[in-house]
Ligand binder design. Structure first.
Ligand code: 5GP
Length: 183
């Protein structure tokens, strides 16, 4: 049996990683760990949150066609390792990619059966408050991230499903339903 490929996108700070970590607790799901060139935040662990790699290594991986998709975002590069995702799908796991919009579009083109989900904040004000409260970005980066977030929210209609992140449990249940629904 081949698993389903689920893409979870949405503006940075909306809570995608909280949702992904919850979904990962369900053994039917496998969460892809991306490569990134950005530095690790204080609470992040290499190999668990991301594979933190140099720009040179990232470019080598692009040249080797090792990414299923990759994109530049807010001054850094991010990519989904292809081989691991394919292996997980082939083993029957539902694979969750937590990625930004241009990556989601690349996945849509390559895997027309992928289920694209957009996670929406309850409001832009709430998103702004979350990003500021997170305290992990420098103040000058926050304004840039909010600008990107507004542009990202404008693309939500391209997605198959929009889930509003009012309550983590409900979003997780929604994702599980989408993955396990009979086609
Ligand atoms: P952050 O730096 O806040 O962890 O992530 C910034 C953005 O990059 C988020 O929207 C996150 O979902 C996205 N992202 C993380 N990994 C990947 C990836 O492998 N590919 C793409 N296209 N985006 C990613």
């Amino acid at each position: 049996m081949i698993g389903k490929l689920l893409v979870l996108s949405g503006p940075g700070g909306v809570g995608k990683s909280t949702i992904s970590k919850e979904v990962r607790k369900d053994s039917r799901f496998w969460l892809s760990i991306s490569c990134t060139t950005r530095p690790a935040r204080a609470n992040e662990i290499d190999g668990l949150d991301y594979h933190f790699i140099s720009t040179a290594k990232f470019d080598e991986l692009i040249a080797a066609d090792a990414f299923l998709e990759h994109a530049a975002f807010a001054g850094a590069k991010y990519g989904t390792p292809r081989a691991e995702v394919e292996a997980a799908l082939n083993s029957g796991k539902h694979v969750l990619l937590e990625i930004e919009i241009s990556g989601a579009r690349q996945v849509r083109n390559r895997f027309p059966n992928a289920i694209l989900i957009f996670l929406m904040p309850p409001s832009f004000e709430e998103l702004s408050a979350r990003i500021t409260a997170r305290g992990t970005d420098h103040p000058e980066r926050i304004a840039a991230r909010l600008e990107i977030a507004a542009a990202e929210m404008a693309t939500a209609s391209e997605f198959d499903h929009i889930l509003v992140n009012h309550e983590v449990d409900k979003v997780v249940a929604g994702l599980v339903t989408l993955a396990t629904a009979v086609e």
